[in-house]
Design a protein around this ligand. Structure first.
Ligand SMILES: NC(=O)c1ccc[n+]([C@@H]2O[C@H](COP(=O)([O-])OP(=O)(O)OC[C@H]3O[C@@H](n4cnc5c(N)ncnc54)[C@H](O)[C@@H]3O)[C@@H](O)[C@H]2O)c1
Length: 253
């Protein structure tokens, strides 16, 4: 572990939603959190609410942005101990109607983004023989739904990236795992629910029951804090033997 009393934890897309829930959990655990987000106003606001966090504007799909952020953080903190790749977007369309620019955007943010953050933080983790990498995939990393081809391809890809990084780092004190959340109460879900309610001409609750909770045994949206708790565990000493794994946190899916 680094010489810092508290670990330095990078969380992408941490301005809101699941990322913010994960940030809250790490701060509560005694760590310092770098709130990375493309939306700097929201990131500033998120960091202000937390006791030990700082906001950084990072576009995870842009290599220069990721590299500059990593260099700046290492200068400030001396190390990077934990990386949580969480930033994400969604685009819903039939495959034949799916605009290629939307396809590329989704893949760039949710698959290339984790690759870039790992690529640029790994040398520091290797240098200190310690690191914890957690990639937020989805139950859509092991199953599909219609109209989400880019999202589902990216989320399956993240599982493969995780396994590869785990093999390359297994003897170096570094672990790399995936969390696969089921439906979580966040803006990403709320926006999709509103759009589908309009398309289907039904209420938001009916959309939730029909599209999100029909295959979910617990029949409830999960809370961001429930994902945060598992991320903190995967970054703990107790999880030192877990690597290359894809852990569902999904209410039973
Ligand atoms: N909400 C769910 O039910 C659910 C379920 C399974 C998996 N996930 C995954 O969890 C992650 C977080 O989802 P959420 O629901 O909290 O989403 P959200 O929309 O609430 O938050 C996503 C965050 O990512 C940021 N972001 C977008 N593009 C970025 C970029 N290029 N660079 C940096 N930051 C960027 C956004 O500004 C936002 O703050 C995503 O990867 C999502 O796919 C969500």
């Amino acid at each position: 572990m680094s010489n810092f009393k508290e670990r330095t934890v990078v969380i992408t897309g941490a301005a809101q939603g699941i990322g913010y829930g994960i940030a809250e959990a790490f701060v509560k655990n005694g760590d310092f959190v770098a709130i990375c987000d493309i939306n700097i106003e929201a990131a500033n606001h998120a960091a202000e609410k937390l006791e030990n966090a700082k906001s950084y504007q990072v576009d995870v799909s842009n290599e220069e942005s990721v590299k500059n952020f990593v260099d700046e953080l290492v200068k400030e903190r001396g190390s990077i101990d934990v990386v949580v790749n969480n930033a994400g977007i969604q685009h819903v369309d039939k495959v034949e109607d799916f605009p290629v620019d939307k396809w590329r955007l989704v893949i760039d943010i949710m698959l290339t983004g984790p690759f870039l953050m790992i690529k640029h933080t790994l040398p520091y983790m290797k240098g200190q023989s310690y690191g914890r990498i957690i990639n937020v995939s989805s139950v859509h990393g092991k199953m599909a739904s219609p109209f989400k081809s880019a999202y589902i391809s990216a989320k399956h890809g993240v599982v493969g990236l995780t396994r590869t990084v785990a093999l390359e780092t297994a003897e170096l004190g570094i672990t790399c795992n995936t969390i696969m959340p089921g439906p979580v109460r966040t803006e990403l879900i709320e926006n999709q629910v509103a759009k589908l309610a309009e398309v289907d001409g039904i209420s938001n609750q009916e959309v939730l029951d029909k599209h999100f909770l029909d295959k979910q045994p617990m029949k409830r949206l999960l809370e961001p804090s429930e994902i945060g708790a598992v991320a903190v565990f995967l970054a703990s000493e107790g999880a030192a033997a877990i690597t290359g794994d894809a852990m569902s946190v999904s209410g039973g899916i």
